[in-house]
Ligand binder design. Structure first.
Ligand code: HPA
Length: 275
């Protein structure tokens, strides 16, 4: 058997021993400072990544490193409290392994979240943005021999982000009185923040927000046939001019994300209720 598939199966097998017969319907990836939603899950198992075969460690700021299983809005879900990034030095296979594990465990619907820099001049710090599309500047995680067990060689990404879930999220947010942005997320490798010249370039090619994650998980989730919903929290404004007062700071990112996490958690939990 393909060694990559074997590694995914080993991880899934270990988790099955810990969670029993239950199959999570929804998988959630909680980004920088957004781990709060995990507190609302009525957990039946909290599994540290260090316990799971072939999982790597979450080293990024604001990422806890637990795979949580339990009930949210009446559904059995799993949530990654902290994700893996390419900039941590992990391979794309390692970054996306948890998504394929989720698929083996039964996940049909993937919710992803992240902190991002706002490129769109209308965006403000603290805004929530529905991801309607993406631009990928990271290596594609599907490069290499196709894992036919999971999906097709050339998956279509015309509708990567589920249109029905986007519409439902807009309805849910309106009912809660929350303003939402809807835009294009561009992923680059980081870990350095963008230069003003890169910021101008990304805006020019159609991006509204920039980050260092999410797209690999989305591509692999779509490859597995999952419905995908993504949301970004604008934690800082990406600056298009070289001014010293415009510096970015990772601690600010985590602090702002934490403030927005309550609103994002409400939207996710209501959306999961009405899936
Ligand atoms: N750039 C890239 N990633 C980010 C940013 C940013 O400005 N803010 C939060 N994550």
């Amino acid at each position: 058997m393909d060694e990559r598939v074997q590694r995914i199966e080993e991880a899934a097998q270990y988790i099955r021993l810990r969670i029993g017969e239950m199959q999570p319907e929804v998988g959630i990836v909680l980004g920088s400072g957004l781990g709060k939603l995990a507190e609302q899950i009525e957990a039946t198992a909290v599994i540290p990544y260090s316990d799971i075969p072939n999982f790597v460690q979450s080293t990024a700021l604001g990422h806890k490193g637990n795979f949580i299983f339990g009930y949210l809005s009446g559904k059995f879900v799993c949530a990654m409290q902290g994700r893996f990034h390419y900039y941590e030095g992990y391979s794309m296979e390692q970054v996306t392994l948890p998504i394929r594990v989720m698929s083996l465990l039964g996940v049909k619907c993937l919710f992803v979240s992240n902190a991002c820099g706002g490129l769109n001049p209308e965006y403000k710090v603290g805004d929530l943005m529905i991801i309607k599309d993406h631009i990928n500047l990271l290596p594609n995680p599907l490069i290499g021999k196709n894992m036919d067990e999971f999906g097709t060689r050339f998956p279509d990404l015309t509708v990567a982000y589920d249109l029905d879930l986007i519409e439902k999220a807009e309805t849910v947010a309106a009912a809660l009185g929350f303003e939402l942005r809807k835009g294009v997320y561009i992923a680059n490798s980081g870990p350095s923040y963008e230069t003003p010249a890169e910021v101008r370039f990304y805006s020019l090619i159609g991006a509204d927000a920039v980050g260092m994650s999410t797209v690999p998980e989305v591509i692999v989730g779509r490859h597995c046939g999952m419905r995908v919903f993504g949301m970004s929290v604008v934690t800082n404004i990406s600056n298009s001019t070289n001014k010293l007062e415009n510096l970015n700071d990772g601690d600010d990112v985590v602090r702002i994300a934490d403030q927005a996490a309550t609103r994002m958690s409400l939207i996710f939990s209501k959306l999961i209720e009405i899936l």
